[in-house]
Design a protein around this ligand. Structure first.
Ligand code: HAM
Length: 444
């Protein structure tokens, strides 16, 4: 008989109950925030034709990261590396009938063949929140407010993270009018800027100089440092053509709105935010830890004007984000924000049934059924011997209350209800037990 490794595949996760509970905690908070803003949950297939990612998501995702499966009909399917193309496909089916804006969220499992590292694995939960229909950047304002609401619900105030945003259209205008990059090469430079913080500075410089042997452009690209407001790039004269561009006007206006609705401290302009996916056309954004522990983005998102055209003749714009459950969990751990006991089941209101002997087995099942019928969680110790050990197990599992059943209780149809913390115990009739447990839980 071969013996196999009990470990999962590299980059895949075994969700043991204590691990799963923490993930569910993050997920539930996200669901709650999304629902508070009127978003409805959807889900889609776990596999899609590979070509829908190849069309607009990007080379890296498809060539390097996709898990590809060939089905028996010879079709190439990918385990979904992201949700947005599936979302666009589903929206195309209901586009005509759905009331706009369409506000949808989902918490799919996604798959990417990436090098496993802190916050990056090969199978991951990624919450997605998207709003489709409105052209206006009010949609992004709403998404940013939702992010803040979610982070607040986890106890993270605005000092611990930043929503960093920029815009593809703005960056293209900046490259063309301020840095003098020819219009047909802006996409290439955008990609370079996106990869900048993933590369060593020297390697980045070499790469830029190779691509722009003409020198002057390379100097300007390399010299572009951070700046704080989209209206103030660090150049002597801001060309009029730049100020008149749609990208500039939109982003400056958006920055004003961000301030006006009080998101200013949390959401900041950052010209280095480009994002890797090809389908983004306008505002793009990421959420980052302000500290150095979690370097990769916790969330990434943006505006996609043309993704629907893959599936529909009617254009429809959308914006939204994907958020790694794992990355947020790591962030919460970094700042000690996971509530104590979040990995443990909450058994404060539940009941444990212990029996003095196997003779009470039937009665034990009856008691358990009676309280469960009233919605009270209840576990029966199946050992039916050694009461002390049964009580120890109840305590170890976090039960606050135990009923002890012996011959006398079975005969009288009562239970001995014990509160483990105080050691107090009293006889209660089976008929009164559910109501009594509920009353006491209210006081717990
Ligand atoms: P993305 O930037 O590729 O965007 O992923 C968004 C987030 O998913 C990342 O910031 C990270 O938290 C999480 N994530 C990505 N890859 C991994 C991984 N290998 N392990 C763990 N977490 C990961 C998208 O996927 C877009 N479809 C998001 C979007 C929705 N855009 C518009 N709507």
């Amino acid at each position: 008989m071969p013996r196999f490794s009990p470990q999962p595949q590299k980059g895949f996760t075994d969700y043991f109950p204590d691990v799963l509970r923490v993930h569910r905690y993050v997920e539930e908070r996200l669901r709650r925030s999304a629902e508070l803003f009127g978003y409805e949950e959807y889900d889609g297939p776990i596999m899609e034709p590979l070509e829908i990612y190849a069309a607009k998501s990007g080379e890296e995702l498809v060539r390097e990261q996709a898990y590809v499966v060939k089905d028996k009909g010879g079709r190439e399917l990918a385990l979904r590396p992201e949700m947005t193309p599936s979302l666009a496909r589903m929206i195309a089916q209901v586009q005509k009938s759905a009331t706009r804006p369409i506000r949808w969220y989902s918490v799919p499992t996604c798959f990417r063949y990436e090098r496993p590292q802190r916050g990056r694995v090969r199978e991951f939960g990624q919450a997605n929140v998207d709003i489709l229909g409105p052209d206006s950047s009010d949609a992004e304002l709403e998404i940013f407010s939702l992010i803040r609401n979610f982070m607040e619900s986890l106890g993270a105030d605005g000092k611990l993270y930043r929503i960093r945003y920029s815009s593809r259209r703005y960056l293209d205008a900046l490259l063309e009018h301020v840095l003098g990059v020819p219009a047909d090469r802006t996409v290439e430079v955008r990609k370079m800027i996106d990869r900048r913080d993933k590369m060593e500075a020297a390697a980045f410089e070499k790469w830029v100089r190779e691509i722009f042997p003409e020198g002057a452009i390379a100097e300007r690209v390399l010299g572009l440092g951070p700046f704080a407001h989209p209206a103030a790039p660090p150049v002597a004269d801001v060309p009029a053509a730049f100020r008149e561009s749609a990208g500039y006007r939109e982003l400056v206006e958006f920055t004003g709105k961000v301030e006006a609705v009080g998101l200013g401290g949390v959401a900041v302009f950052d010209p280095t935010i480009v994002r890797g996916l090809d389908y983004y056309t306008g505002l793009v954004y990421e959420v980052h830890d302000v500290g150095t522990e979690n370097r990769r983005a916790l969330f990434g998102g943006g505006r996609y004007d043309n993704l629907l055209e893959l599936f529909s003749n009617e254009p429809m714009t959308g914006t939204g984000f994907g958020m790694g459950i794992l990355t947020v969990k790591l962030f919460l751990e970094t700042y000690g924000l996971l509530p104590a006991g979040v990995g443990k089941p909450d058994r404060a209101g539940a009941l444990y049934v212990a029996c003095a002997s196997a003779g009470e087995r039937e009665y034990a099942f009856e008691v358990a059924s009676a309280v469960r019928r009233d919605g009270i969680a209840c576990e029966v110790d199946l050992d039916f011997q050694k009461l002390g050990r049964q009580l120890g197990r109840a305590d170890g599992k976090g039960y606050a209350r135990v009923v002890i059943l012996g011959e006398a209780e079975a005969k009288a149809r009562t239970v001995m209800l014990k509160t483990l913390a105080t050691g107090q115990q009293e006889t209660v009739s089976l008929a009164d037990l559910p109501a009594k447990l509920k009353d006491e839980s209210r006081g717990l």
